[in-house]
Design a protein around this ligand. Sequence first.
Ligand SMILES: *[C@@H]1O[C@H](CO)[C@@H](O)[C@H](O)[C@H]1NC(C)=O
Ligand SMILES: *[C@@H]1O[C@H](CO)[C@@H](O)[C@H](O)[C@H]1NC(C)=O
Ligand SMILES: *[C@@H]1O[C@H](CO)[C@@H](O)[C@H](O)[C@H]1NC(C)=O
Ligand SMILES: *[C@@H]1O[C@H](CO)[C@@H](O)[C@H](O)[C@H]1NC(C)=O
Length: 360
Amino acid sequence: MASLSRPGWRLLHVVFCSLMTVSIISVIGFIVTSQMTLKYNVKMPDINLFRYVVDTKKDELSSSQLEGTSTITIETKNVTSTTKSTIRRFQSQMDADDDDVASRLKKEVRVLCWIMTCPANLKYKTVSVKRTWATRCNVVVYISSTTDTSFPTVGLNVSEGRDHLTEKSMQAFKYVYDKHFNDADWFLKADDDTYVILENLRYLLKSHSHEEPVYFGHHFRAQVKQGYHSGGAGYVLSKEALRRLALKGNDTNLCHKSGLDEDVEIGRCMENIGVKIGNSTDALGRTRFHCFYPSMHLSGLYPSWYSRYDTHGGKKKGRESISEHAISFHYITPTEMYYLDFLIYHILPYGISSVDKHLN
Ligand SMILES: *[C@@H]1O[C@H](CO)[C@@H](O)[C@H](O)[C@H]1NC(C)=O
Ligand SMILES: *[C@@H]1O[C@H](CO)[C@@H](O)[C@H](O)[C@H]1NC(C)=O
Ligand SMILES: *[C@@H]1O[C@H](CO)[C@@H](O)[C@H](O)[C@H]1NC(C)=O
Ligand SMILES: *[C@@H]1O[C@H](CO)[C@@H](O)[C@H](O)[C@H]1NC(C)=O
């Protein structure tokens, strides 16, 4: 860079990226001109990083401000070498975890996530998805009925409400096909109360070809001959499945454009366009997609309809039945989103490291 060689001009670019904190934190610091203004853009959700920077550097900070809810800009006029070394030290701690495999998989198994949401949910529910697990998708699209350029959401021409979910889902997949077909290999649909562990999703998918017409999720053996995947647990379509849905989904003999139960209608459509149900059970017979929250799967105190729907007859319960490479849970409140993200990515029992168990 030419500017680097010019005296008085320096560019410092520090990116903090970590999967082990409450979620990804990005700090970009740059020094411009000889006045030495250091500008940090601290991407939330981790308010702790903001406090950390403010607390340790308060003498040097000339101003700090809160921009919206997701970005904090801190400007400091007096950049000392301690500021820089503090940033470096923090960065080296954040980078200490070995995520080589997950980082490589992120490039090899590209997942687009589209999140079903609505205008009323953005501020509380959807933002908790945006700040936690959605940060780990290769591409994220928030589907709503109105366009919000700041969140941002894509507004489709649909009415809100349960009765219009099929319509919304069909249009969303068409939108994703039109705008993002080349940006990913797999296309995940999730609700704004679904929690997804992207690394585990990529682990399952790496054993499958996205050229196969297949989709994965929590399998229900009802309503449709081959069954269908629960909407709330999230389901993921291969590129070929998406292509078929986009090109054949408009044929009303094969797929309903609207209908009461989104997941059933999508499931029926999948069957009619030759998309198969994928097997997501792990090698030890344990489940990876879950249509309820963790404690319900642990206790086994399911609602009565569940045994008729669940592929395993609703008999699986307890921690031995849930894969440690579990992919999703449903009915997660915003508070639990942060809580799960914190426990999964930040807390590690010292002295225990996981062994690759080949669960596919
Ligand atoms: C910059 O900070 C250092 C250490 O905190 C202090 O000694 C120095 O006086 C400051 N310089 C300016 C120009 O404020
Ligand atoms: C939205 O959908 C309605 C009902 O299907 C239709 O009449 C209208 O033309 C659509 N508007 C746009 C902008 O596509
Ligand atoms: C469905 O869409 C495809 C691609 O846009 C088009 O070629 C086909 O004619 C459409 N079929 C129907 C039944 O509308
Ligand atoms: C599903 O996949 C797992 C892991 O590869 C395998 O052990 C199991 O036999 C498969 N189940 C079915 C019904 O194919």
